[in-house]
Design a protein around this ligand. Structure first.
Ligand code: GLC
Length: 417
């Protein structure tokens, strides 16, 4: 499918917040809870979060530099976190009784976020969803399910999504998850669904997971591509976003021993942007509505970094220039950003920038950095040598302004620092 949208908010934003929240949080074993414990995977009658403050989630995410949200309106368990007109298996039928999706969307929109809805194609609860290999109905090896009426599920999906597209204001993004490869690839007919969605939300960006495996390979079939947990080795030229979770699962896991450090996400977002993509960082609130403490800390640290270095992220993309070892480059027009995942041990060679770099400044301190042609008189790569001041440390960014070359420093006596 051709990219039809012109809107570039997605590329401008670069950093988003992913939230996995559902009744599985009651079990504290991630969003696939029903496969590692009781089959109910969380009981609706127990869902009554006492500490659900979506404004606080939005505040944390905004201060961390995130500019769009993707929220799980329905995960694979089929439980609707919105007030569905088409099932009773929904959040408004819990003691909490309110439309969580509407509350989350309102709070984040109010704070300035673009709004994205995650919606699972897989549905382990609906009787007319054709069971896949993870479905309890297929646990005894059955492969035929004569009572299943796929058309009924398709209609349910269509109606549910139409409700989400018409009753929740402007929706900027739709994150399908996902058409499983072991299923009949023609089970979902994407065209009428996509047409309906675009008729209500003409600017929406729709991810690539609806038609997974409709073609022989993992083909790009949406408005953006969603590699998962990784920066792809061959980033597509199109829009892409990788989602990565801050702990060990997407949904809440109590006592989760995995706590990924903020630095991993600082380097991660620069790794994404330098390859033309976005980073969607995931958090799984507990059943009371609390974001994990670790997630809050990561967002805080990321925010400190983004306040200083955000110009190397927002609106940036891959650089026209090549980064040397142990550095990454991003670029926004005439400004090239040099990022150090680790503190530099010495100078940095910048190919093809010799006649173009006019000034280099350390964003954290404003200190000007020396650009030198020392030792490069005969370099065929047309490099310039950037000599970082001793204060440059891990995760710092140096902005290199392009234009007429300014003063370069010659080191004839080899006394370069
Ligand atoms: C996988 C998992 C799912 C999770 C998603 C996030 O598809 O099955 O639980 O929501 O990744 O991208």
């Amino acid at each position: 499918m051709e990219i039809q949208q012109q809107s570039d908010w997605f590329r401008e934003a670069r950093l988003g917040m992913f939230i996995h929240w559902g009744i599985y949080a009651l079990e504290g074993r991630g969003e696939w809870a029903r496969f590692s414990g009781p089959e109910h995977g969380g009981r609706p009658e127990e869902f009554n979060p006492r500490n659900f403050h979506p404004e606080f989630w939005a505040e944390c995410a905004w201060n961390a530099g995130m500019r769009y949200l993707v929220f799980t309106t329905k995960h694979h368990d089929g439980f609707c976190m919105f007030d569905s007109h088409y099932t009773d298996y929904k959040v408004t039928n819990t003691p909490f009784g309110k439309d969580v999706t509407a509350m989350v969307a309102d709070a984040f929109r109010e704070r300035g976020f673009r709004i994205g809805f995650y919606h699972s194609l897989i549905d382990w609860h609906h009787p007319d969803y054709l069971p896949d290999r993870n479905d309890p109905r297929g646990k005894n090896g059955e492969t035929e399910f004569p009572s299943v009426r796929p058309g009924v599920y398709q209609k349910y999906l269509y109606d549910s999504v139409e409700q989400l597209m018409t009753e929740y204001g402007r929706i900027d993004l739709l994150f399908w998850d996902y058409c499983s490869p072991w299923k009949n690839p023609d089970y979902f007919d994407p065209d009428p669904l996509l047409a309906m969605i675009r008729s209500h939300q003409p600017e929406i960006l729709i991810n690539d997971r609806m038609t997974f495996n409709r073609t022989a390979e993992y083909a790009y079939t949406g408005d953006y591509f969603t590699p998962e947990c990784t920066i792809p080795s061959q980033p597509p030229g199109s829009r892409w976003e990788t989602c990565v979770t801050t702990n060990s699962s997407w949904g809440y896991r109590s006592g989760d021993p995995v706590r990924k450090p903020a630095e991993a996400f600082i380097a991660g977002v620069m790794g994404c942007v330098s390859n033309g993509g976005n980073l969607l960082m995931n958090f799984g609130p507990d059943a009371d509505g609390n974001l994990p403490d670790h997630g809050i800390r990561v967002m805080h640290e990321l925010g400190e970094w983004i306040r200083i270095n955000g110009e190397a992220v927002y609106g940036c993309g891959p650089s026209d220039f090549r980064a040397g070892p142990l550095t990454l480059l991003t670029q926004n027009g005439e400004r090239v950003y040099l990022y150090f995942p680790v503190a530099p041990m010495g100078h940095v060679m910048l190919p093809n920038l010799r006649d173009k770099a006019c000034r280099a400044v350390l964003l954290r301190t404003g200190e000007e950095q020396n650009l030198s042609s020392w030792g490069l008189v005969y370099s065929p790569l047309n490099e310039i040598r950037l000599i970082p001041t001793p204060s440059v440390r891990a995760h710092d960014v140096i902005r290199i302004d392009l234009g007429r070359p300014g003063r370069t420093v010659e080191f004839q006596d080899g006394s370069a620092k």
